[in-house]
Design a protein around this ligand. Sequence first.
Ligand code: URA
Length: 235
Amino acid sequence: MKSSKVRLDKLLSSLGYCTRKEVASLIRERIITHTLNLPLKSDTKVSHDEIRFEGEPLDPPAGMVILMHKPVGYVCSHDDGEGRLVYDLLPPRWRVRDPKISTVGRLDKETSGLLLLTDDGALLHRLTSPRHHVAKIYEATLDRPLRGDEAEIFASGTLMLNGEKSPCLPAKLTIIDETHVTLEITEGRYHQVRRMFAAVGNHVTSLHRSHFGDICLGDLKEGEYRILSTKEIPC
Ligand code: URA
């Protein structure tokens, strides 16, 4: 599909490379160039793929989905006051992209694993909407041995969490050994996995998300990320 044309200054500022005002001087310095060396001005209508910044193709246009392996200790927040942010693991200019990149739901600070981020508001809404029931799989280590009835309770759809008005939807517990399990849930309530185990008298000592829908981390190392191809993007 041929990408549509937009003003050069609008394109580069929306991708976080520079302000609209800075574009003219960056053209003069040949930091911004055209692939065919055509002359450029701030208001030239261009398509994304015909522009180079410092000789490199531009970052992906709006509509990207990022798969990240979140390390423990990073927070899913835009607020700098909260410590190390998952956004710190991305190129700095992505912090000022418009539309803004946000996490698809949240993993808490002490949880590692698969995190999606996107600048596609409609997709974000679909993937986090309680109506869509995307399956998420977590690997948990428990403080105490399982007592034996947890799988049945989690599957029953009757488990009430402290302070909530409706029970958790049925969830699938797979026992690896008496303190190691995987749990598949289709909701995204606040600290849900930790609270589900607290509700059955246990405590999660480490938590890692391995799957989100059909997506898994593959060989992505902690702190690394990659952009999903169109085919990989969940719908
Ligand atoms: N459940 C939790 O308790 N924490 C997370 O980060 C995700 C699910």
